[in-house]
Write a protein that binds this ligand. Structure first.
Ligand code: PMP
Length: 309
């Protein structure tokens, strides 16, 4: 990974290589951490963080569902992040806030462990590659099911839960694909290992419902708004695996991945095998909003002003 100069740790700006935790940190052993992935873009407003507040609100919600109280407000974390970007001299970057159950207790009860909060920023390009964004990626339906809503909390972005995604990601890469698509416990389509998924058929966009063990993605929410503005309908309902094979277009969304066409699933071409018109339209609209080129959505950008926290 590319490094930056400072990491924010519990309110202090610490040199990158000094940002360390104790080896008996609770979150390291039991996955009891919640985190976010956010991006800052160097667009028309200068450097600006996309949907900053929504991401940090989701961080607090993820923590709340695990009865963890983050000792910093959304506003405090927003201002710390802006200052961190300035101190690191970054124009655009990926932002990773994480709140973890810290050092002090062992065993599965985390409620007495302290909560440590860290924010790191660093330059990170397209998660599934520039080529993937332009030409589409090849995906494989994973043999690993997305965990059920009765086992873990898909709506929370919690470190331990990512072992499920890690298994699926490794399997897809080892088999020669770019990304995994996980089915839910009922066999319906759920999502990618780190992305939400949309299917397009006859001009209608469909996505798995909230009950299909999906994370409520911020990019997904953005696509909802942009689709509505383009007169496109998004249906939320259970999606059968075969619908992936019969789709005109499939695309994935995520902060790290952005909007990525899927050109092949399980060795079957999706539609023509080329990125389709609806995917390309939404991808272009997404690119415009994150870069401050859509005046109607400047409120989604939190500008980072040099000399100001
Ligand atoms: N699902 C999973 C499992 C993810 O890890 C992510 C990335 N955070 C997403 C969906 C997409 O969420 P977002 O658009 O908020 O990045």
């Amino acid at each position: 990974m590319e490094e930056a100069e400072f990491i924010w740790v519990n309110g202090e700006f610490v040199p990158w290589h000094d940002a360390k935790i104790h080896v008996l940190t609770h979150g390291l052993h039991y996955g009891t951490s919640v985190f976010e992935g956010i991006r800052a873009y160097d667009g028309e407003l200068g450097t600006a963080v996309f949907r900053h507040r929504e991401h940090l609100e989701r961080l607090h919600e993820s923590a709340g569902m695990f009865l963890m109280e983050i000792p910093y407000t959304v506003e405090e974390m927003q201002s710390a992040t802006r200052e961190l970007i300035v101190r690191n001299g970054l124009k655009h970057c990926y932002i990773r806030p994480i709140a973890m159950r810290g050092y002090g207790v062992m065993g599965l009860n985390p409620l007495e462990a302290p909560v440590d909060v860290v924010i790191a920023v660093w330059p990170w390009g397209a998660y599934l590659g520039e080529e993937g964004k332009a030409a589409g990626i090849r995906a494989k339906v994973s043999s690993w099911r997305r965990f059920g809503n009765d086992a873990l909390i898909a709506h929370a972005k919690t470190s331990g839960q990512y072992l499920n995604s890690v298994l699926a990601k490794i399997e897809s890469l080892k088999a020669g694909y770019d990304e995994a698509i996980l089915l839910d416990v009922n066999g319906g389509v759920s999502e990618g290992s780190g992305e939400n998924l949309f299917v397009v058929k006859n001009g209608v966009i469909t996505e798995p419902p909230p009950t299909a063990s999906v994370l409520d993605g911020i990019t997904r929410r953005t696509i909802h708004a942009l689709a509505a503005e383009s007169g496109l309908v998004i249906e939320s309902r259970s999606i059968a695996r075969a619908e992936l094979y019969l789709a005109d277009e499939v695309f994935m969304t995520g902060t790290a991945a952005e909007v990525v066409p899927v050109r092949e699933i399980d060795d079957r071409p999706v539609g023509t095998g080329l990125p389709g018109p609806i995917t390309k339209k939404l991808q272009g609209m997404y690119d415009d909003v994150v870069n401050g080129r859509n005046p109607a959505h400047l409120d989604w950008l939190d500008p980072v002003v040099v000399g100001q926290g």
